[in-house]
Design a protein around this ligand. Sequence first.
Ligand SMILES: Cc1cc2nc3c(=O)[nH]c(=O)nc-3n(C[C@H](O)[C@H](O)[C@H](O)COP(=O)(O)O)c2cc1C
Length: 191
Amino acid sequence: MQKTAITSAEIAPVLAERWSPRAFDESYVATQHELLSILEAGRWAPSANNMQPWRFSVATHGTELFDQMVGALTGFNQAWVPRASAIIVISILNQKPDGTPYPAAMLDAGLTAQNMMIQTTELGLFAHPIAGMVHEDMRKVLDLAENLSPVLVLAIGKLADASTLEGPAYEREIQPRVRLELDEIVLHGKP
Ligand SMILES: Cc1cc2nc3c(=O)[nH]c(=O)nc-3n(C[C@H](O)[C@H](O)[C@H](O)COP(=O)(O)O)c2cc1C
C-alpha cells in the first residue's frame, strides 16, 4: 500500500513517504546494520541542554523480550505488533539530576523517536509509534530503574499487504492519511 503524503508544498521525500502501517511482514529479519542505524539516528536527535534523557530497549522478533514487550501493550496494539521485526521502547529520565521534575524530557523523546522513524523510512522499512501500553507492565518487563519511565514504543519492520490484517487494524490500514490544512494550523504569518 502506498500512502505517501499529498502535500500542499514540497517537502523532503523521506518525510512524505513515512507513515505508520500496522501490516508487517512477519518473515522479515531486521539486520544488525538496520537496527544500529536507527538507534544512531535516535542518538543524534536534539535535546534540551543536550541532556539526552532517552534510553532505548531493543528486542527482535522471536525473542522472549519481544514477546514480553508485546504483552505490555494495550489490546488493540497486541493484535498487530507481533508481526513486526523489532520493537524499540523509548524510556526517559523522569527527573533532572537534582531531583526536580523534567517535563522537557517528553519533548526530547518525541524528537529522538522522529529521528528514528525517519531513518527507518530511509532504510526502506517502516516504523509505527505506539503510546498504548500499560506503563507499569512495561517498566517491569524492562526492569527499569525508578528514574526511568517508558513513554513510547516503535514497532519496526517491512511493509506487508493490508489484507494480512483484520478487524479495526485493517480498517485503519486502508484509510487515507489526512491532516488539518495549513490554514487551520498556522495562526500567524502564513506565507
Ligand atoms: C505519540 C503517539 C502515540 C501513538 N500511539 C499509537 C497506538 O497506541 N496505537 C496505534 O496503532 N497507533 C498509534 N500512533 C500512530 C498514530 O495513530 C499515527 O501516527 C497517526 O494516525 C498519523 O498517521 P501516520 O503516522 O501514518 O501519518 C501513535 C502516534 C504517536 C505520535
